[in-house]
Design a protein around this ligand. Structure first.
Ligand code: NAD
Length: 243
């Protein structure tokens, strides 16, 4: 597909905190968008109820809405004590999304990974995506996100699917039900006088609107690499893409 042709979007996990912001930004710029989720929170957007670990449910929804681009944000929340659920949804579910996308002929898949995939409990300062996954993952959530990310990136270019993974760290903003709720509970219980460490810890936080926007940009930029043997024949735009 040429980059000038508009995509038809399906946001998987679109009923969640981040997913809702992605859906709203797509609507605001006039895109066609549907939502696939186990939880229905929409009255004004085409909604497909289903579980990503069921490949046929995903494929049926993709066929029906004619999606050309999937933005996959679905995951159980971090911090649960159920490794099997993380594996089922994040690993098997993401593989099912990939298989469904390839069988239906979807061209693009943008996956929400997590900065936690390279966290092993020690400081990560001035790192980038070249840092390998730790030998011992932090926990089942982060391990499953890493395995999902690996599957998504391995699928790039296979059966016509182009893929990209983004790794947000902490996300804050309107609609958050995890971070602020947890902090507020600590305050309500009078537990604010505990301090772990020397109070010099750093953590990355990104406003949810910016994380959502990054997903739209990633989707827009995801396109076939320019393959050329004679670089003198490239247009200035093509040169910009490969440089
Ligand atoms: P959220 O819990 O608000 O949203 C996740 C959505 O996925 C929910 O609507 C849920 O119903 C849906 N979902 C869960 N299991 C599903 C399944 N089997 N099939 C279909 N839908 C399913 O979470 P969020 O905070 O919006 O996080 C979105 C993504 O961003 C997740 O992939 C998460 O790992 C990642 N992430 C979040 C943060 C953060 O601080 N919130 C940080 C880094 C990465």
């Amino acid at each position: 597909m040429s980059s000038s042709k508009k995509d038809i979007f399906m946001v998987i996990g679109g009923s969640g905190f981040l997913g809702r912001h992605i859906v709203q930004q797509l609507l605001d710029r006039g895109d066609i968008v549907s939502v696939f989720d186990i939880v229905q929170r929409y009255s004004d957007v085409p909604f497909y109820s289903g579980d990503i670990s069921e490949e046929e449910q995903v494929a049926a929804a993709l066929r029906k809405c004619g999606a050309t681009c999937i933005i996959h944000t679905a995951s159980p929340p971090a911090g649960l004590s159920d490794p099997a659920l993380y594996w089922k949804v994040n690993v098997d579910g993401t593989k099912a999304v990939i298989a469904a996308a390839q069988s239906v002929g979807v061209r693009k898949l943008v996956f929400t990974s997590s900065a936690g995939v390279v966290f092993n409990g020690t400081d990560n300062i001035d790192i980038d995506e070249r840092l390998p996954f730790p030998d011992k993952p932090m926990d089942a959530y982060n391990e499953s996100k890493a395995k999902a990310e690996e599957a998504v990136l391995a699928a790039n270019g296979v059966n016509g699917l182009l893929t990209v993974a983004l790794r947000p760290a902490g996300i804050f903003g309107p609609g958050d039900r995890q971070v602020m709720a947890g902090l507020y509970q600590v305050y309500e219980r009078g537990q604010t006088h505990f301090q772990i460490g020397d109070n010099n810890n750093l953590f990355d936080w990104t406003y949810v609107g910016n994380v959502a926007y990054a997903h739209l940009l990633a989707a827009d930029k995801l396109q076939e690499p320019v393959v050329a043997t004679d670089c003198s024949k490239l247009s200035p735009q093509e040169e910009a893409i490969i440089s």
